[in-house]
Design a protein around this ligand. Sequence first.
Ligand code: ADP
Length: 423
Amino acid sequence: MIYGWKMGLWRLSLAIAATLIIGLMLGVGAWLAFAVALFYCYYNLRQLRDLIAWLRKSKHEEPPEAPGLWGTALDNIYRLQREERETQAVLSATIDYLESCFSSLKDAVVMLDASGHIEWSNLAAQRLLGLRHPEDHSRLLVNLLRDPDFIRWFDGANNAEPLRIASPVRSQVWVEMQSTRFGKQNTLLFARDVTRNVQLEDMRQDFLANVSHELRTPLTVISGYLDMLVDMDMPDKRWQRPVEQMSVQSKRMEALISDLMLLSRLESVPEPSAWERISMRPLLDMLAEEVQVAAKGERRVEIDCRAEDELLACSKEVHSAFSNLAINAAKYTEEGDRIVLRWYRRGDKLCFEVEDSGEGIEPQHLPRLTERFYRVDKSRSVETGGTGLGLAIVKHSLMRHQAELEIHSTPGLGSRFTCIFPG
Ligand code: ADP
């Protein structure tokens, strides 16, 4: 039976009333009732002592036997303890299960608290990053992974993009890191072995660089002889046109090879070596002249730039990128169209912009324009003489300056290409 406190109160009141009556009958007044109340207090203190002693002991031991209210209280405490133990067992089984899942992953997983201290890492994190669990628990990750690129990426706001670095513990191994937030500002870091991808990428770059280099020498000889033949007065006039066409095509191939070599150079060296202050006004004047030459003076070219504007960058690469955009504006506009070359500040950024009133580009092409050999109208590539690598070169040159290319275009109205540099 569950013994309630009302029953206890009722019994105590009854005992005191009975002893009070007996005491009065025996002529000892309230002393007997007082003695019973005293004994009741002593009994409760003893039960309390037993309860404290039991709570101090192992939680797995059964509670001491006790009658009445104390028995009910002890049973309830014991039941709560048992339920808590069961919940804890379920939770720790879930944690063990998740840990073994993460541990069996081939990718490294590192959990970090809000200030970048390691909370947990799996076995792959030891293999790829040299982080040991539990030895490195509570240590700052940036004190263990000292790669400057990693520290910049980890501390920077822009770590939504993955980072590729050499493994700090295994030579010749490359890892790609990705981070994501969870919980209260905690960070989950993943690192994947991408050595195979890096090797394939290197092989592709080497192959391109070697093929371009090997093709260039024989092509220069062929092109030189074709130029001579074009200039010569041919005895048989039937050969005049084929030779001229061969000369034009060999020039296209030369341009293509030189663009391929430039691209592979941009890809193989991570940063430009020679940075200098470039005065923008003379550069834009030079670009305007290039546009006029390419368009045979048939465009209205405007410049919007202040005389004192400057940019800290690699002059050769910036010139090649800007020139590609300016020449494209000449190629994809018609007689009388307007081309504006602009340099301005946008918030804390510096922008170079080429705006034209030419044919424009359909929106579905915009995301793919900087891919190699991507052309909106493939049939026009012979007519425009482009290599299909211009915008890829622009993108790579800008990336090496931590700059971005923004493209806006409206079919039939024109296009705007903006290079956005950090200020
Ligand atoms: P291409 O050598 O063919 O010009 P690019 O990489 O420079 O190669 O440009 C890729 C494609 O983007 C071009 O083929 C063209 O279709 C489109 N394009 C580039 N600039 C412009 C522009 N100013 N106006 C319209 N289309 C353009």
